[in-house]
Design a protein around this ligand. Sequence first.
Ligand code: CTP
Ligand code: MG
Length: 337
Amino acid sequence: RIRRRELGCRFNIESFTPSFLSIYKSLVPADEEIVKQKQLLVSLRKLVNKEWSSAQLHLYGSCANSFGVSNSDVDICLSIVDTNMSKSEILLRLADLLQKDNLQNVQALTHARVPIVKMMDPVTGIACDICINNLLAVVNTKLLRDYAQIDERLRQLAFIVKHWAKSRGVNETYRGTLSSYAYVLMCIHFLQQRKPAILPCLQELEATCVVTIDGTRCAYFDQVDRLRNFGVQNNESIAGLLWGFFHYWAYYHDYMNDVISVRTGRLISKRVKDWTRRIGNDRHLICIEDPFETSHDLGRVVDKYSIKILREEFERAADILQYDQNPSITLFEPYVA
Ligand code: CTP
Ligand code: MG
């Protein structure tokens, strides 16, 4: 693979910021949608607590991490301890309760990688997935939300990157491309690396939020109100940042040796993590360390075919931002096979 000669950032890149910002604004969900999600959660809590009085329901994923576009599915985690039931039995019982409560399209997927109940609320039209005891996801959701409050450029960048990934068909883990969660971590890491930095590394600061879940200690500084001015020394705006993001993944990232790590705010080496060879299905062709479950590489879904697709898409995006007359349109042109 030939590396491009180093290019300077396109001289007029910032002139595209207004059009990227208007795309961002069109993707942000309206307040009434957030209200509906909360209402659904309240009614589900009532239903669940009739059956399991001490169970709790938590929102996680894009409806709670502040990276959700409008009309996203709602992800809910049912946290339940004192029961003799297996996960599958709980899911089947839950599906039964939901069905009797007139929720629609209720389906228990007990054999999925993450077992869930899927359903649709006919009142609000919201589609919803409920999983059991996935509390690490609830905590990493809070970490993402806290990062988003520090500098609004993170939300802008991540919304545009997710929109690009969905338009181009590279946000499909079952086909070997990356999850939305992975893309948001890539955006956080990128902003931690800017000079001057736009985001701090919350896990390197004094821990003000500490929980241990399934033996994994999750600790970081969560008083983000105190970090609101963190990125003011850096005045880059969304178009330039997008340019930098895609150029990094197209032409600068060292896929052979490097792991991006939001936990440390730096790149770490694959050797240190023993991620240099394929073990089972983990190939480590693009390495993104989970901030809490540090043995998880979110790039593990990527295989030798999909890495090629992914890197070609990064290159396409980088080239559009470098040369195209209308990057805010061309970038999102749907991929047609
Ligand atoms: N998650 C995780 N580990 C993964 C993938 C996902 O812990 N390997 C958790 C994260 O808490 C994430 C949530 O599951 O926030 C939902 O993941 P995903 O669907 O990738 O992200 P969303 O933010 O919900 O994005 P989308 O808008 O595409 O639904
Ligand atoms: Mg989701």
